[in-house]
Design a protein around this ligand. Structure first.
Ligand SMILES: [Zn+2]
Length: 239
């Protein structure tokens, strides 16, 4: 009797041990868990990735890279991370269409590598995926580049509307004030040169807005965009 109960206990222990192994869940489930971890903290993602081979493979999926919470990294992170594994990670996230990663990689293409059209395309795609900071910078650049087309101006106004509707125009301006401060002036710029003007035929405020105007009374989005572009060009005026 005693022998049989000992056998049962051993069996139970073996079964508990077996059920606690990571293999108990299929790798797809571990990938979903890794996606949740990544969207919460990239540091936890790296720890998970480093802990065993199963987790390393679970972390290596497009969904994980797409949702990784990279917005904690500075927008101009290529200044510090160029050539490091962090930049490789960001590029991998951008390929998986993570909008915050696309913003950072687009900025590096545009301002670091001087790939103007490619950088603009990546920023615009990040904006279309809903990153509000990408909407702001894409709008400002589309509305200020020297050789902009009519389609780009229309797109720029649309993206500015997204930022305005989110109520984050001033916050975005502050974010990019930080971005363009510091070592920025050493970087070959994608020279924005030509500010857009309000094109609305029915606008009553066109050409009347100055630095001391009360913007809360202005209803024309194109006039507001024009004002914001002037502010933006002031940010990146070369010091
Ligand atoms: Zn107007």
């Amino acid at each position: 009797m005693a022998g049989s109960s000992q056998k049962d206990k051993t069996k139970l222990e073996a079964s508990i041990q077996h059920e606690c192994l990571p293999n108990f869940l299929r790798v797809e489930l571990w990938s979903s868990i890794a996606t949740m971890v990544a969207s919460n903290s990239i540091e936890d993602l790296f720890n998970m990735q480093a802990s065993c081979r199963l987790f390393a493979s679970a972390c290596n999926s497009d969904a994980v890279y797409r949702h990784a919470s990279v917005s904690v990294l500075p927008i101009a992170c290529f200044l510090d991370y160029s050539g490091t594994p962090a930049m490789t990670f960001l590029r991998r996230c951008a390929i998986a269409r993570n909008p915050a990663a696309m913003l950072r990689v687009g900025m590096s293409h545009l301002f670091w590598c001087g790939h103007r059209r490619g950088g603009m395309r990546t920023l615009t795609e990040a904006a279309e995926l809903g990153d509000v900071e990408a909407c702001y910078i894409a709008a400002m650049l589309l509305l200020s580049l020297g050789d902009k087309t009519d389609d780009e101006v229309i797109r720029g106004f649309e993206l500015f509307c997204v930022v305005r509707d989110s109520g984050k125009v001033e916050r975005c301006r502050e974010v990019f004030t930080q971005v363009f401060a510091g070592p920025w002036s050493d970087i070959p710029p994608a020279t924005p040169e030509d500010s857009v003007s309000c094109r609305s035929g029915s606008c009553r405020t066109r050409g009347t807005i100055g630095d001391d105007s009360d913007l809360s009374t202005v209803t024309c989005v194109q006039c507001l965009a024009e004002y914001e572009v002037r502010k933006f060009l002031g940010l990146i005026a070369f010091k």
